[in-house]
Design a protein around this ligand. Structure first.
Ligand SMILES: Cc1cc2nc3c(=O)[nH]c(=O)nc-3n(C[C@H](O)[C@H](O)[C@H](O)COP(=O)(O)OP(=O)(O)OC[C@H]3O[C@@H](n4cnc5c(N)ncnc54)[C@H](O)[C@@H]3O)c2cc1C
Length: 333
């Protein structure tokens, strides 16, 4: 059987998505994967943070990002039908109809509003089907399917990559310790490290502009009598209930009088009665106009692909990009 050596840089969601796709599609070749990351220098986004995969506020035909998110969401749903790994939830988007500015914005975004009954309380709003993921659980399931896969072997390396070079027929990955590795199959999913790598990799710097953006969420233990997960949303702020006694929100506790927190209080109870708000944060790589930064170099002798700049949308856009890249690559191996 043909043996192929593959180098993957990054152990965030993009790399896990790629390994997940490989675990489903590798059937006729033997893959030896070298998996490189350096979380001390470039920490991946904290896997305690649950991403929300939603079409809230997204429409087709307005701009490139909206179109991308729309089609990526469809792809995400297709994947969930076949290989579910996310929790499907009702997302209740509510609006304060007394606040004319917010209500006008809501109507422009959603086109209509109707009465939503939540625990015997009526709100103006709309509801959608969305998804959220607990990354640690997903990462563990990917690791275990790879371990069980008879054709894929993985070696993890914790080293800082300081340079990517092109040799005549291969790529050279250079480490801070002075060592290097050559490969003809390179996958770079390096999140906020991409900006640093781009200064050392001409191929990147031609097209890629990166910006680092910090984001945080809070998680609170809060058991509701119902065990169905759901999301309560006002504008861009969400409160996710996981159905197992934990709540996550992106809204700072300083906004305790906001419409979202007050509404939650009315419907389900007070999140602020002496509870700990556990904060998690991450650094995100933001591409120009929030669009992903994708490169593919598909040459007879060598193959290189990179995805970065995923900002707030790695779980939606990242999945589609990874599947596209894996399809191109699988055709040649
Ligand atoms: C608060 C918050 C909320 C979010 N909510 C959502 C959401 O609702 N939906 C959604 O889709 N996304 C969301 N995101 C964004 C999403 O989490 C990120 O876009 C995603 O995690 C990026 O994944 P990545 O694999 O591309 O990069 P990262 O997670 O940043 O991982 C990069 C990896 O590359 C490695 N690396 C980088 N440079 C080097 C180097 N030079 N040498 C060796 N290794 C290197 C790092 O060690 C790391 O392992 C959120 C993010 C935050 C912070």
């Amino acid at each position: 059987m043909k043996k192929i050596k593959v180098l993957i840089i990054g152990d965030g969601v993009t790399a896990y998505y790629f390994l997940w796709v490989l675990s489903h599609s590798v059937k006729t070749v033997q893959l030896d994967v070298i998996w490189i990351s350096s979380n001390r220098v470039f920490p991946r986004v904290d896997p305690n943070i649950w991403p929300l995969i939603t079409l809230n506020g997204i429409q087709e035909g307005i701009n490139a990002l909206g179109d991308n998110l729309y089609s990526s969401f469809q792809k995400f749903e297709d994947v969930q039908m076949q290989f579910p790994f996310a929790k499907k939830v009702n997302q209740y988007c509510i609006v304060d109809e007394q606040d004319q500015k917010s209500f006008g914005k809501f109507m422009r975004r959603h086109g209509k509003s109707y009465n939503l009954e939540l625990n015997n309380n009526v709100f103006k709003g709309t509801s959608l089907n969305s998804y959220f993921v607990k990354p640690f659980e997903f990462f563990k399931s990917v690791e275990s399917s790879i371990k069980k896969h008879s054709l894929i072997s993985i070696k993890t390396i914790n080293k800082l990559v300081v340079g990517l070079e092109e040799t005549k027929s291969r790529y050279r990955v250079k480490f801070s310790c002075g060592e290097f590795m050559d490969t003809s199959n390179l996958f770079v999913f390096s999140g906020i490290g991409s900006k640093f790598l781009s200064t050392n990799f001409l191929h990147y710097s031609k097209t890629h502009r990166h910006q680092v953006s910090k984001g945080s969420v809070f998680q609170i233990k809060f058991k509701l009598s119902k065990d169905l997960p759901f999301v309560l949303t006002s504008d861009k702020d969400n409160i996710i209930y996981d159905g197992r006694g934990i709540i996550q929100t992106n809204l700072s506790p300083d906004s305790r009088n906001s419409f979202l927190y007050s509404s939650f209080r009315t419907i389900y109870g007070d999140l602020f009665d002496g509870r700990d708000f556990q904060k998690y944060f991450g650094l995100r790589d933001k591409g120009k106009k929030r669009l992903p930064l994708v490169s593919v170099e598909n040459e007879p002798e060598r193959f290189m692909a990179s995805i970065s700049g995923l900002y707030k949308n790695a779980w939606t856009i990242g999945l589609r990009e990874v599947i596209d890249i894996a399809n191109i690559w699988m055709r040649r191996v």
